[in-house]
Design a binder for this molecule. Structure first.
Ligand SMILES: [Zn+2]
Length: 681
C-alpha cells in the first residue's frame, strides 16, 4: 500500500498561457489593466454554461483541441509543468562530465548513473544476466528462516515483497522513528484486481498472466509457464488478506505497536531473522499496519511450498527490475504496465527515462543542481507571504467555527506551529560510500535503493530529523505531513510563469493559493485531524465535534459517490474524501485570503472578468487535464484524488460565492439548493 500517513499529492497548478488578444481595452478607468489576468482565455469554451460544467467552460477549447501524448495516460497543467521541469533536469544531468574533478563525489556518481542508463546496447547484450546473482540468492532459500530474511531483502531492493516497510515518525511519540510493517506483495495495484468479478478486472488479470508468462520465459525459457498459476494463486491469497483501501484510511486502525506481538500475530514468520537481515537495531520501535494481514501471511508461510515462494520472489524481482533489463524485458513490461494498465500507445522517450532514473535514485543530488539554477530568494519570500495570508484565513475560519473553545485553541496551536518548507532543503543528503558504475545499471539501482533503505533503518536509533525533505526540489507537487506538521512546496512548482510579477493576485490565489490551502487543510481532514500540533496521534476533538465533522464530510462523500468515471464505475466518495475535504477547504480559505489581500479595495476588472470570477477560473485551469479511459479507471481504483473535472465542479457547487460570481441558478446542472451545500467549517 501507499503510506497512508504521508501523502504525496498530485496537486496540479496554474498554467499561464500567453494571453490572447481577448484582453479587453474598454476599462481605461482601471489602472490595473496593465496587469495580466493570468487566465488563459483561449482555452475557454464560451458555448458551455459555467453553471452546467465549469471545468469545461474554463478548459473546454483546450480539451477539444489537445491530444494526450502517446506515452501518457493523462495530460494537463500539471504534466506540462512537470515536462518543463524534466527538460531542465535533463539539461543538467546530460551536461555532467563523469571525468571531471567531481568524479569521486555525488555529482560524479550522478554522471555515471546517467551513463549506465544511456547504454542501451550493453543492456540488450546483458539482458537478464545482471539479475542472475540475485535470482541465485533466491534459489538458495532453504527454510523459513531464509524466507523471512528474504522478505526484508525484497523490501530493501524495492521489489515489492509481501511486507512493505516504511520508516517514519512514530504516531504516538513523534520525536522518534518507528518501523511500520504494511501489507504488500501484489503486482497489480489493489486487492480488487485479484478478487473482483467485474469484466474489466478479469481482463486485466488475464493480461497480467500473459505478461508474467512472457517475462518469466525470458529468464527461464524451459520452466516458466508452470510457475505462473502458483505465483498468481499466492498473490491472490495475499490480496485476500489485504485490508481494503477504504479501511486503510482509518489511521487509528493502522497503528498497532508490534514488537512483542509480532510472534503472536504471525508465528510462522521468523521475525528475529527478518530483522537481523536488515541490521535493524534492537531498540527499534515497530508498528504493524494490518496485524490480521500478518496473520494471513504467516499461514501462507506454513502452507505454501518453499518452491512457490521462490518463484514468487523471482517474479517480483523480474517485474520490478524489467525496465532495466534490455529491450525484450522493457517491451514486455511496457506492454502490460503501460499499454494495458494505462492505455498508453508508446513508451517514454529515452531522455525522460533518464530523468526518472536520476530523480528516483539520487533525487537530492540532481535537486541541488536544479534549485541552484531555478529558485530565487525573491520567489521564496513571495511564496511565504501567500502561505502566511492563508494561515491567517484559517485562523479566522477556525475561530468562528462550530468547534468548542477548547478544541479551537488546540486547532489554533496547530496553525501556529505549522511550518512551510519552500523550494529546497537547508541540508543536502549525500551518497557517500555507494559505488555507481557507468557499466552496471541494475547494480546501481540495487545499491542506491539498499543505501536509502539502510539510511532509514539507521535513523531508527536517533531522534527525528524535523527538517528532512521527502520530496525533491525538481518535483512539481506539494504535500502535507501530519507527523511533522509541515507542508512542502518544492522549487519546481514555483516556477515562472507560475509566479509572474505582472500577474494579478486573483488567479494566483485561486490556483496555487488554493493548492496551498488544500495542503494546510489536510491538517484538518479525516486523517490529519487525528494528529495534534506535535504530530502525536490523539483524539483532541470531543465526541460531539467528531459527530459534527462526520456528518458534514459524509454528505460530501455522498455527493462524490454520484459522479461517474466510466464503464459504470463511480467515484469512490469514501476513498477520495480526504482529498475532497482538502479541496473544499483549500478553495474556501484561499478565497478569504484573496479578499484580505485586497485590503478593502475593490478588485480590478481584467479581461472583462471580476476578481472572484478570475479566482474560480484559476482553480479550474489549475486542474485543466484529460485522461485516457483505462488510465482513469485504474486511478479510480488506486488514487485518493477524484478525477480532475470533479475536483473543479464537485468543489465549486458547494461554495455560495461561486453561485454569485457566475449567476448559477436552479436548473443549472451544478446547482445545489443551499441546504444541500456542504461547508466543513
Ligand atoms: Zn491532497
Amino acid at each position: 500500500m501507499k503510506p497512508a500517513s504521508i501523502r504525496l499529492h498530485a496537486a496540479a497548478l496554474l498554467l499561464l498561457m500567453p494571453l490572447s488578444a481577448a484582453a479587453s481595452g474598454q476599462d481605461e478607468a482601471h489602472a490595473a489593466l496593465s496587469r495580466k489576468s493570468g487566465i488563459a482565455i483561449d482555452h475557454m469554451d464560451p458555448a458551455i454554461r459555467p453553471g452546467d460544467d465549469f471545468f469545461s467552460y474554463v478548459n473546454g477549447h483546450w480539451l477539444k483541441t489537445t491530444d494526450i501524448p502517446p506515452d501518457r495516460g493523462t495530460y494537463g497543467t500539471f504534466e506540462i509543468l512537470q515536462e518543463r521541469a524534466n527538460k531542465a533536469m535533463f539539461d543538467i544531468v546530460a551536461g555532467l562530465d563523469p571525468a571531471s574533478s567531481a568524479q569521486n563525489g555525488d555529482v560524479g556518481r550522478l554522471a555515471r548513473l546517467v551513463q549506465s542508463g544511456n547504454d542501451k546496447a550493453l543492456r540488450d547484450t546483458r539482458a537478464i544476466e545482471p539479475l542472475r546473482a540475485e535470482l541465485a540468492r533466491i534459489d538458495a532459500i532453504q527454510n523459513k528462516r531464509d524466507l523471512a530474511r528474504y522478505m526484508l531483502r525484497a523490501a530493501s531492493l524495492g521489489t515489492g515483497g509481501p511486507i512493505e516497510v516504511l520508516i517514519v515518525p512514530d504516531f504516538a511519540q513523534p520525536s522518534r522513528y518507528a518501523m511500520f510493517l504494511f501489507q504488500g506483495g501484489l503486482g497489480l495495484p489493489d486487492r480488487d484486481f485479484y478478487l473482483s468479478d467485474a469484466e474489466d478486472m478479469k481482463s486485466k488479470r488475464a493480461a497480467y498472466r500473459a505478461y508474467m508468462e512472457r517475462l518469466l520465459t525470458q529468464a527461464y525459457p524451459k520452466s516458466a509457464a508452470s510457475a505462473v498459476d502458483d505465483i498468481l494463486a499466492l498473490e491472490t491469497a495475499l490480496a485476500r488478506g489485504h485490508r481494503s483501501k477504504e479501511d486503510n484510511r482509518d489511521i487509528s486502525r493502522l497503528y498497532n505497536p508490534a514488537r512483542k506481538s509480532l510472534a503472536g500475530w504471525a508465528p510462522e514468520i521468523n521475525w528475529d531473522a527478518l530483522l537481523e537481515a536488515g541490521s535493524v537495531p534492537q531498540e527499534a520501535f515497530f508498528v504493524a499496519g494490518q496485524p490480521e494481514y500478518l496473520t494471513e501471511l504467516s499461514k501462507l508461510v506454513s502452507t505454501v511450498p518453499l518452491d512457490v515462494w521462490k518463484d514468487y520472489f523471482k517474479w517480483r524481482l523480474l517485474d520490478s527490475y524489467a525496465p532495466f533489463l534490455g529491450t525484450a524485458a522493457e517491451d514486455a513490461h511496457f506492454s502490460f504496465h503501460g499499454k494495458v494498465m494505462q492505455g498508453l500507445d508508446q513508451p517514454k522517450e529515452q531522455w525522460k527515462k533518464i530523468v526518472e532514473l536520476t530523480n528516483s535514485l539520487m533525487p537530492f543530488t540532481g535537486g541541488r543542481l536544479y534549485a541552484e539554477r531555478y529558485f530565487s530568494a525573491d520567489e521564496k519570500a513571495h511564496m511565504l507571504s501567500i502561505v502566511e495570508r492563508l494561515l491567517q484565513s484559517y485562523r479566522k475560519v477556525i475561530t468562528s467555527s462550530w468547534m468548542s473553545e477548547q478544541t479551537k485553541a488546540k486547532a489554533l496551536r496547530k496553525i501556529d506551529t505549522f511550518r512551510p518548507m519552500i523550494g529546497y532543503p537547508d541540508k543536502w543528503r549525500g551518497y557517500d560510500g555507494v559505488t555507481v558504475d557507468a557499466k552496471d545499471l541494475v547494480g546501481n539501482v540495487m545499491r542506491l535503493r539498499e543505501h536509502e533503505f539502510a539510511r532509514k533503518v539507521q535513523s531508527l536509533t536517533g531522534p527525528v530529523d524535523r527538517i528532512e525533505w521527502t520530496m525533491a526540489p525538481q518535483t512539481v507537487n506539494a504535500s502535507y505531513n501530519p507527523l511533522l506538521n509541515v507542508i512542502t512546496f518544492p522549487a519546481a512548482i514555483l516556477q515562472p510563469p507560475f509566479f509572474d510579477s505582472s500577474m494579478d493576485d486573483a488567479a494566483i490565489y485561486g490556483g496555487i493559493g488554493a493548492i496551498i490551502g488544500h495542503e494546510i487543510g489536510h491538517g484538518f481532514d479525516d486523517q490529519g485531524r487525528m494528529f495534534d500540533e506535535t504530530g502525536t496521534m490523539n483524539e483532541w476533538w470531543t465526541p460531539e465535534e467528531q459527530r459534527q465533522f462526520r456528518t458534514r464530510t459524509q454528505r460530501l462523500a455522498e455527493q462524490y459517490n454520484g459522479f461517474p468515471v466510466g464503464n459504470g464505475v463511480m467515484v469512490n466518495g469514501g476513498f477520495t474524501l480526504g482529498e475532497n475535504i482538502g479541496d473544499l477547504n483549500g478553495v474556501s480559505i484561499a478565497l478569504q485570503a484573496y479578499r484580505a489581500s485586497l485590503n478593502g479595495k475593490p478588485a480590478p476588472l481584467i479581461d472583462g472578468l471580476t476578481g472572484e470570477q478570475r479566482f474560480f477560473m484559476g482553480w479550474a485551469q489549475a486542474f485543466m487535464s484529460k485522461a485516457r479511459p483505462d488510465f482513469e479507471l485504474r486511478e479510480a481504483a488506486s488514487d485518493p484524488h477524484a478525477p480532475a473535472r470533479y475536483r473543479v465542479n464537485g468543489v465549486l457547487r458547494n461554495i455560495p460565492d461561486f453561485y454569485k460570481a457566475f449567476d448559477v441558478k436552479p436548473g443549472d446542472k451544478l446547482y445545489l439548493p443551499p441546504e444541500d451545500r456542504v461547508s466543513i467549517w
